[in-house]
Design a binder for this molecule. Structure first.
Ligand SMILES: CSC[C@H]1O[C@H](OP(=O)(O)O)[C@H](O)[C@@H]1O
Ligand code: ADE
Length: 295
């Protein structure tokens, strides 16, 4: 992982990354269309870091419309092997209080309108998703976060992220259902990225910023954008600090992850039976196993 880069995906309220040096804007074309925005490539110490605003810098894409495949393809094409993502989430359990943070270790998928794989069209792959977030990168992120949390606020290690389709927030019945499933937090973006990052052999971890109690809590107002934004503002500087220090730590440790060879035993279709166009589309991911596809 010598020359590998770190990707940072900023979510709601995090449209740029502080502390990046020598920043260049890069436009990337992908087989899955254009990413949400130009990518910003800079440096933190000796590590090259690529920042991308998931919804675009002006928050123009709904959670359904975010071009997740283009975003992850673009990162991987720039040599990214670790991804830190930042997301706003609602809390589904009393102990996750607004302004707390969580580094989730599981998700449940309730989306139904998004592509979830780079594969298909004549090539089949089944990656392992038992631990959908990289445990090594998640631990690094949680350790850094823990050391920076102000008194009275907590960083929670592990927990289940319920990914809903949106864009409307949940009904109270849905919120209660997810609580009964033991989910910890709710959002609209994270699992899609985690799945695609795994297929693209990038280690992925999330800093989830708790902004509200969704709509189930008797003593707290139901979630609104205003509430989310107020709490994101209050947490923005801390989130930036955590991401910057976690990035520096990734640069020092360059942690190995099983995600880095997720496709080793996942590809089902023999290379010679994959249509040429498909072969070209997935070549970024399959070339370590099948060799580069000649143009
Ligand atoms: C602004 S509230 C709903 C919005 O916030 C979260 O965004 P992200 O995960 O990109 O930080 C949630 O997933 C929704 O997209
Ligand atoms: N309650 C909530 N539901 C879905 N996404 C969110 N993002 C922040 N709060 C949320």
């Amino acid at each position: 992982m010598g020359g590998a880069r770190l990707g940072v995906l900023g979510g709601s309220g995090l449209y740029a990354m502080d502390g990046l040096e020598e920043v260049r804007e890069i436009q990337v074309d992908t087989p899955y269309g254009p990413p949400s925005d130009t990518l910003r490539l800079g440096r933190i110490d000796d590590l090259e870091v690529v920042f991308l605003a998931r919804h675009g810098r002006h928050h123009s894409y709904t959670p359904t419309e975010v071009p997740y495949r283009a975003n992850l393809w673009a990162l991987r094409s720039l040599g990214v092997r670790w991804v830190l993502s930042v997301s706003a989430v609602g809390s589904l359990q009393e102990q996750y209080r607004p302004l707390d943070m969580m580094v989730p270790d599981q998700f449940i998928d309730r989306t139904h309108q998004r592509p979830l794989s780079f594969f298909g069209g004549g090539v089949v792959a089944h990656v392992t998703a038992a631990d959908p977030y990289c445990p090594v990168l998640s631990r690094l992120l949680a350790d850094v976060g823990d050391s920076l949390m102000p008194p009275g606020r907590q960083l929670h290690r592990g927990g289940t992220y319920l990914c809903m389709e949106g864009p409307a927030f949940s009904t109270r019945a849905e919120s209660e259902l997810y609580r009964s499933w033991g989910c910890g937090v709710i959002g609209m973006t994270n699992h899609t990225e985690a799945r695609l990052a795994r297929e693209a052999e990038m280690a992925y971890a999330t800093l989830a910023m708790v902004t509200d109690y969704d709509c189930w809590h008797q003593e707290h107002a139901s979630v609104t954008v205003e509430l989310v934004i107020d709490n994101l503002r209050a947490n923005a500087a801390l989130a930036q600090q955590i991401v910057r220090q976690a990035a520096a730590r990734v640069g020092e440790l360059r942690p190995a992850s099983s995600a880095h060879h997720a496709l080793r035993h996942a590809l089902m279709t023999p290379a010679e039976h994959v249509p040429a166009e498909t072969r070209r589309r997935v070549d970024l991911f399959t070339s370590p196993y099948w060799g580069p596809y000649p143009d």
